[in-house]
Design a protein around this ligand. Structure first.
Ligand code: AR6
Length: 166
């Protein structure tokens, strides 16, 4: 699998699946979650309600339609909320390995990822990047491209450096 990085907005990526940094309620929110629901339209929320009546647990991954997005699917993950005291890094890495497992079930070949937990949930950028890139590198998968989407220059620089060092 190639790990690539682009600067930009995950909602415009032409990939089979985009990953959403959701919360346990799975009913939308701010950050990348808000952007994905806004751009994808109400079909995503309807599918969240139908498939996840009790939400999703931290560290887990689950699938919905991508609605009006260019992608075919959204793979929702819930990263640990460091700001609420959740320091369990294994819950962050399992977001990436779990998303790849869902992508493999779907036969998705290209998947775009945000930096899970690195926004509202307060995970330090350097370690959010290390967890993302190292887990993607180590996880066996049929996915051909994992595209990290950097929403900002600092995230881009840190991602680019980590990927180049592989
Ligand atoms: N495209 C790509 N990356 C983005 C975009 C975008 N359109 N918008 C933000 N990011 P966050 P979290 C980056 O806060 O920390 C929500 O309210 C952002 O710069 O979206 O896991 C949910 O509903 C950062 O690097 O997710 C949850 O309640 C990264 O995406 C909670 O926030 C993640 O930031 C989840 O917090």
């Amino acid at each position: 699998m190639r790990i690539t990085v682009v600067r930009g907005d995950i909602t415009t990526q032409q990939v089979d699946a985009v990953v959403n940094a959701a919360n346990e309620r799975m009913r939308g929110g701010g950050g990348v979650d808000g952007a994905i629901h806004a751009a994808g339209g109400p079909a995503i929320l309807e599918d969240c309600i139908a498939r996840f009546p009790n939400g999703l647990r931290t560290g887990e991954a689950g699938l919905t339609t991508a609605g009006d997005l260019p992608a075919r699917w959204v793979i929702h993950v819930v990263g640990p909320n460091l700001n609420a005291g959740n320091t369990d890094r294994s819950k962050l890495t399992s977001c990436y390995s779990g998303a790849l497992a869902v992508a493999d079930e779907l036969g998705a070949r290209s998947v775009a990822f945000p930096l899970v937990s690195a926004g509202v949930y307060g995970w330090p950028l350097d370690d959010a990047v290390a967890a993302a890139v190292d887990t993607l590198e180590e996880t066996p998968t049929q996915v051909e491209e994992a595209r990290m989407v950097a929403f900002g220059d600092r995230a881009y620089v840190v991602l680019e450096r980590r990927i180049s060092a592989l």
